[in-house]
Ligand binder design. Sequence first.
Ligand code: NAD
Length: 251
Amino acid sequence: MHLDLTDRVVLVTGAARGIGAVLADRFVTEGCRVVALDLAFPDAPTTGVDQVRCDVTDPASVRAAVDGVVARHGTVDVLVNNAGINVEGTVAELGWDAWRRCMDVNVGGTFLVAQAVAPVMQAAGRGRILNAASFAAIVPSVGSAAYAASKSAVVAFTRVLASELGPWGITVNAYAPGMVPTAMNGFAEMPSAAQDRLLDTLSIRRWESADDVADLLVFLASDAAGYVTGTLVDVSGGKLATQIPAKAYER
Ligand code: NAD
């Protein structure tokens, strides 16, 4: 299979830590020119990957970052809209500000960066846009109204953009990680009984790694995935593939 990504220009948002940092490193390993965007980066770059401070909810910040990437690298071949936040709380508890912040980052940020990058890809006549959804967009949890709604919106946005950019040969897909222990969720720090309860929802009974996500994204970014667009790809280890996946481990 042809997965050669050598010299592709890859933009990864939310890449200062967690899944995004691993994705940025993976695309470097694949021979790409990677630019990592994050609110948390200092103004000056500190590592090998190009790091650009950018708030994906701020149109001017996004515009400046994308213009800078194009000035430096000439184009953007792959955009990974990874930046996201988790806002927890029941509908009764959620404040309006928390709801709006969740929508601003997860949906608004995805929209703003895709909107800024799309004309660059249209001019090049090719491109890949990969949007971080979540398993929460497939089966949401109690207390995840804002987060699940935002990720479902990302899926709908992905499908519309896929159709709008199809004429330029640009594909747009969303992906749904399940449970990657990161600072966002603290899965790895939970008491072991709570961890077991979560792991029991999986067909592949182990925590997901960011590399599991990276493996999928390398494929989706490649020429081999040219006919895959407008989809939500579940990369959750078969979470709730059946009602009680743990039964298979009791045999
Ligand atoms: P994380 O909290 O570890 O990292 C998120 C990164 O996004 C941080 O570096 C943060 O600074 C950055 N960010 C937040 N707001 C930003 C903004 N306004 N502008 C620019 N950068 C911003 O999260 P993670 O667990 O690595 O998750 C990454 C993505 O994957 C998110 O979209 C998340 O919803 C999604 N996801 C994660 C999991 C999981 O199990 N970890 C599961 C499903 C989906």
